[in-house]
Design a binder for this molecule. Structure first.
Ligand SMILES: Cc1cc2nc3c(=O)[nH]c(=O)nc-3n(C[C@H](O)[C@H](O)[C@H](O)COP(=O)(O)OP(=O)(O)OC[C@H]3O[C@@H](n4cnc5c(N)ncnc54)[C@H](O)[C@@H]3O)c2cc1C
Length: 534
């Protein structure tokens, strides 16, 4: 049973046809309210183009957002057929690009009345097919909504529209000595709306927390066009934490049209070091020793030999050819940072570091971080195709799991590069293959799936930060019971009872035509072991 991550290649793809193990339903499922829903299915149907939307309907969308911001010609729609997971593709009926909250509301209301599903989209850098269109449905692109609405330095928050690019926030705050902490490697391109939907992480989320720790509130347009405020700048809001439910909901609850973000003062000092090791064993031990000593680095990133080779080929950076390297930041008040950095340095040496480099100045530090952050793209220099996997393990397991991954590489004959957020145990194995060689793509998928199963077996998770999306929806059953999934579905249906927002993502897709989203009832063929779910 292949569990796969984002497959990076340039080719046209076909519909995935993956099956997970048959599971029986829990006997104590709660009854879902009987809702008459139109069942938008993706896994089997998204390769089939839907008929074009009627011209009169397109004209009504265009009347809301303006003709140039309403895309419906088939050749222009191709741009929106996929996100960063290029192997999943579907053509939407229309792409609308509103410029304001009022326009979003009107678009959503029109889609609601017409019974059309909506897929929100930021920059389309997602790696799990989260922004994959529903054939013939609406893609709602938020990239034109990029205003920074308000900054309150005194109370440490700012209000932004969803299309603001992550890095632009810190650039805007820099002059006042503030910044926005979550820093996905895609931060030059990805939007805050996408970050909220994916609960994105980044190198510096180890100390400062993921997006969810930095979103104080959000304004959301629900599927029927109602506008709700979830949370806000005031600390400790009462009632259910619906803001928490929203962050990481992958566009399935509504369209985020405004976000209140926590902003932080830049720490007084940052110390960086780059340590090399004979292998990932020693590097993994160093991570465990440093964290066990009570040190919380701002970031601690690991790269293995192959990742280092790729980064060097792509950037020309002068890193040595070694088995593994750690790039680490500690930050905080100067006096504390000096002490902590020296201690972490000592622990890395105890773990067997070959060399520890401290950047001479800010420019050299930037070069080191640019090397790390370019790693995914860099792998394109050493392989025509690769699968980006995203899984989590307890960080104490890093050395053992990396050794097991090495075993999978040897067994499959494929190369696997590892570059990841070591402090969080968030692995990103990149399984390299050549699609031109018959059978290699399937082998890479299978190997990436084995890695994911390894993560789950070691007490980890099927995704760390790239989300479930369309890619891993059918594998949610690997981690959650039917009762767990049913409870999540109840939350989703409280916001979106007709399942119009980003249908087919996150939850295992109903398998049969008459199936309704909601609590899953296994079909008799599945219970008999004759069919799987997916
Ligand atoms: C080279 C590279 C490096 C990456 N590194 C990281 C990393 O370090 N950490 C990390 O977490 N991710 C990383 N990613 C993945 C990706 O960049 C993040 O998931 C990012 O948050 C997606 O933002 P986006 O604007 O591109 O969203 P999209 O891809 O357009 O959409 C992502 C999801 O968000 C939903 N969505 C978008 N906007 C809204 C909105 N306004 N309201 C409701 N739902 C919305 C979409 O429906 C979809 O489900 C990387 C990707 C690439 C290509």
């Amino acid at each position: 049973m292949p569990l796969i991550g984002a497959r990076v290649d340039q080719r046209e793809a076909r519909a995935p046809n993956r099956r997970s193990d048959a599971r029986t339903s829990a006997p104590n499922q709660r009854a879902m309210p009987d809702r008459r829903v139109r069942c938008w299915r993706l896994t089997e149907t998204h390769a089939e183009p839907a008929p074009p939307l009627p011209a009169a309907l397109i004209a009504r969308f265009a009347a809301i957002v303006g003709k140039p911001n309403c895309i419906w010609r088939p050749d222009e729609l191709r741009t929106y057929e996929c996100d960063g997971l290029t192997s999943f593709r579907a053509r939407p009926g229309v792409v609308v690009l509103p410029a304001s909250r009022a326009e979003v509301v009107e678009v959503v209301r029109l889609a609601y009345r017409e019974g059309l599903p909506i897929v929100p989209r930021g920059s389309g850098t997602g790696l799990s097919g989260g922004a994959l269109p529903v054939p013939g449905g609406v893609v709602l692109g938020l990239s034109r909504m990029k205003r920074i609405v308000e900054i309150d330095f005194d109370n440490g928050w700012m209000r932004v529209e969803p299309g603001v690019i992550n890095l632009d926030i810190s650039k805007r705050l820099a002059a006042r000595g503030y910044y926005y902490a979550p820093d996905p490697s895609s931060q030059q391109v990805c939007t805050i709306g996408g970050n909220v939907a994916e609960n994105s992480g980044g190198a510096h989320c180890l100390k400062y927390g993921f997006t969810t720790n930095h979103v104080l509130g959000a304004t959301v347009v629900l599927p029927d066009g109602a506008v709700v405020e979830l949370g806000g700048p005031i600390a400790d809001p009462i009632g259910y934490d619906l803001r928490g439910a929203l962050v990481g909901s992958e566009g399935t609850l509504g369209v985020v049209v405004e976000v209140v973000l926590r902003i932080l003062r830049r720490p007084e000092a940052t110390r960086t070091f780059f340590a090399t090791f004979p292998s990932t064993d020693e590097a993994g031990t160093a991570v465990s020793l440093i964290i066990a000593a009570g040190i919380v680095p701002a970031a601690i990133e690991m790269m293995d030999r192959l990742a280092i080779v790729a980064i060097k080929a792509s950037t020309g950076i002068d890193w040595p050819d070694v088995g593994a390297a750690l790039l680490m930041d500690v930050d905080g008040p100067l006096a504390e940072v000096e002490h902590t950095a020296a201690e972490a340095n000592r622990l890395a040496q105890n773990a067997g570091a070959l060399e520890i480099r401290v950047p001479r100045d800010a420019a050299e530090r930037d070069t080191m971080w640019r090397g790390r952050k370019s790693a995914f793209a860099a792998v394109g220099r050493i392989s025509p195709n690769y699968v980006v996997q995203d899984g989590v393990i307890p960080r104490s397991e890093i050395a053992q799991v990396l050794r097991a991954i090495e075993g999978l590489a040897s067994a499959s004959g494929l190369r696997i590069a590892n570059v990841f957020h070591a402090g969080d145990g968030n692995l990103h194995p990149l399984v390299l293959y050549d699609a031109a060689i018959p059978g290699q793509e399937a082998l890479a998928e299978k190997t990436a799936g084995e890695i994911l199963k390894l993560c789950v077996a070691r007490g980890g998770s099927i995704t760390g930060e790239h989300g479930v999306g369309a890619d891993k929806a059918m594998y949610m059953g690997e981690m959650f019971s039917e009762a767990d999934l049913a409870t999540m579905n109840l939350v989703r249906c409280a916001f979106d009872p007709l399942v119009r927002m980003n249908p087919g993502k996150v939850f295992p897709t109903p398998r049969l035509c008459g199936d309704r989203p909601g609590i899953y009832h296994a079909h008799a063929t599945e219970l008999a072991g004759l069919a799987g779910r997916g």
